[in-house]
Write a protein of this length. Structure first.
Length: 542
């Protein structure tokens, strides 16, 4: 029997938090063969990412340590390898695609410089050849207008575009093993399918092994040969993919396979008042060239969109990355300069300045796509949730604010005792729940939800959808729900807008959009989403 490329045996990982030791991984063992695709699945906080980061020794030492276990790559022990050996492996023979691209990319460097750095660290390559290879990689991951994006900075790209840059960097040196930590989390369904196909193609062409960490069971079924299921730091089940999916033995595996935020939302309240209205909204970004930086054109991120969101209604906004979805939401909240009419609760606010808008901020909230970037690393979770209460003077004193914080954390499924911890001590899904708690604690009237479930595993997605529905019913909240996950959009939305290149290509009731889409582009999105699901329809279908 061939020796595995990667072998993890009886791995233990502990973290020291507030003087106490927390065991995040408890005796995990797994193997990845050469050219093999292996999935490590489980809910947020189960220890998946910690296990993967241990392979490259990227945990925050000495706060994290390995009291036991062994990791071997191609016959070489990694846990006791010298730093120089690890630097040689990272990015060359073992690459990793991280879950949160905004915090993984350097905000001060252009796309070209960051991808080029991955090449030049491990290869002797000239400037011209490096630029040509960078372009080749960006086109390989289907980054639109790749040559124009070379000079872009991460903040100028959408979430999906940033993830594609990360994938290009990871593939730069044709690694033997690619560790992909939620590689398609930020991608829309059509690009998700392309990226998965690309990873399959590269794996076969290069003989590259893949360790896929994900909560998306449809992707696992489509992409992998074998599966390891992780829960609370333990591998509770493993085996060939088809056997694990068709005849799961462990109760936790059966729980994962049964969890899904399927179905459709209840009808919106009839004749409800308008909470938010926009008319002919435009956001155009200038394109400047030359030494004098003259404007030579515009990127029409939002190009003349009109919509209404009523009390108790959810308007879903779907479209590929870069279509203008997030820009639309930011403009509606007056967080992005725009032209056109904006009215909140019947009052025009498009001409209001910051000071006049401040009293309304409590009633207009947003949950951002990237929870790690939107949460202050210097504040505890309790302080983060409390900040809005202090700014808007909600709660008569510290004890009352504490009670509101505890209630909000419990509503989003977090242990209230965790309010004393910091964002870096949470998994990606747990951080997203903190972001949701920060918004809902203020009891807003209108909430922009920008990919609020993208970082969550399927069972927590279902919980969050249920939570958002119950909050909406209780408080008649109006939602603008931005997502590339059409299954979740269908479960949440009453009306749907389909966007492409800053414009609305189709709109209508959610039931009609998903059952009888009129436009070819909408049909392509729906087909891409549910064809991907159909690979495991019994797993994540309705």
């Amino acid at each position: 029997m061939a020796k595995p490329l990667l072998s993890i045996a009886d791995l233990h990982v502990r973290f020291r938090t507030s003087g106490e030791a927390v065991e995040a991984v408890r005796g995990a063992s797994l193997e990845v063969g050469r050219g093999e695709a292996v999935a490590l699945v489980g809910e947020s906080g189960s220890g998946k990412s910690v296990t993967a980061l241990s392979v490259l020794r990227l945990l925050p030492y000495p706060q994290a340590w390995h009291p036991g276990g062994h990791i071997e790559f191609d016959g070489e022990s990694l846990l006791d390898a010298p730093p120089a050996a690890m630097r040689s492996l990272r990015g060359r023979r073992i690459s990793m695609i991280f879950q949160e691209p905004m915090t993984s990319l350097n905000p001060l460097h252009t796309v070209e410089k960051q991808v080029r750095e991955a090449l030049r660290l491990h290869q002797s390559i000239g400037a011209a050849a490096a630029r040509e290879r960078v372009l080749e990689l960006l086109e390989l991951v289907h980054l639109r207008d790749a040559e124009l994006r070379l000079a872009s900075y991460p903040h100028q790209l959408s979430g999906g575009q940033r993830q594609r840059v990360m994938i290009a960097m990871a593939l730069a040196n044709d690694p033997d093993l690619l560790i992909a930590d939620e590689p398609t989390t930020a991608l829309d369904v059509t690009i998700q399918a392309q990226i998965l196909e690309l990873l399959q193609e590269l794996r076969k062409r290069l003989g590259m092994a893949l360790l896929l960490i994900t909560h998306d069971l449809g992707i696992v079924r489509k992409m992998t040969d074998r599966v390891y299921v992780m829960n609370e730091g333990l591998i509770v089940e493993s085996g060939p993919m088809r056997r694990v999916f068709d005849a799961p033995e462990h109760p936790y595996t059966r729980h994962l396979l049964a969890a899904t935020p399927g179905g459709e939302t209840d009808p919106a309240p009839p004749e409800a008042d308008h909470t938010m209205q926009v008319e002919e909204l435009k956001v155009w970004f200038p394109i400047r060239r030359g030494v004098l930086r003259r404007t030579v054109g515009h990127v029409r991120a939002v190009d003349g969109i009109s919509l209404e969101v009523r009390e108790g209604e959810t308007v879903g906004v779907v479209g590929e990355s870069g279509s203008g979805k997030t820009t639309l939401g930011l403009a509606m909240l007056k967080l992005q300069a725009s032209e056109g009419g904006i009215a909140f609760l019947g009052r025009p606010i498009d001409a209001l300045r910051s000071r006049a808008l401040r009293p309304l901020r409590r009633e207009m909230q947003i949950v951002f796509q990237d929870p790690y970037g939107s949460l202050s690393p210097r504040m505890s979770v309790g302080q983060i949730v409390e900040e809005g209460l202090r700014v808007h003077e909600i709660g008569g004193g510290a004890a009352e604010r504490e009670a509101l914080i505890v209630e909000a954390l419990a509503e989003v499924g977090l242990d209230p005792d965790s309010r004393h911890r910091y964002p870096h001590e949470f998994s990606g899904g747990q951080r997203q729940r903190v972001a949701i708690a920060r918004a809902i604690v203020l009891k807003p009237r209108f909430v922009v939800l920008d990919e609020p479930t993208s970082a969550l595993d399927v069972s927590v997605q279902a919980q969050i959808v249920t939570l958002l529905r119950s909050l909406q019913a209780r408080h008649r909240l109006a939602y603008l729900f931005i997502s590339h996950d059409l299954r979740v959009v269908r479960a949440m939305s009453h009306e749907v807008l389909v966007m492409r290149d800053g414009a609305v290509v189709e709109r209508g009731p959610a039931a009609r959009i998903f059952r009888e889409p009129h436009e070819p582009y909408t049909r392509a999105l729906v087909a891409a989403a549910f064809d991907l699901e159909s690979a495991g329809a019994d797993v994540i279908g309705e």
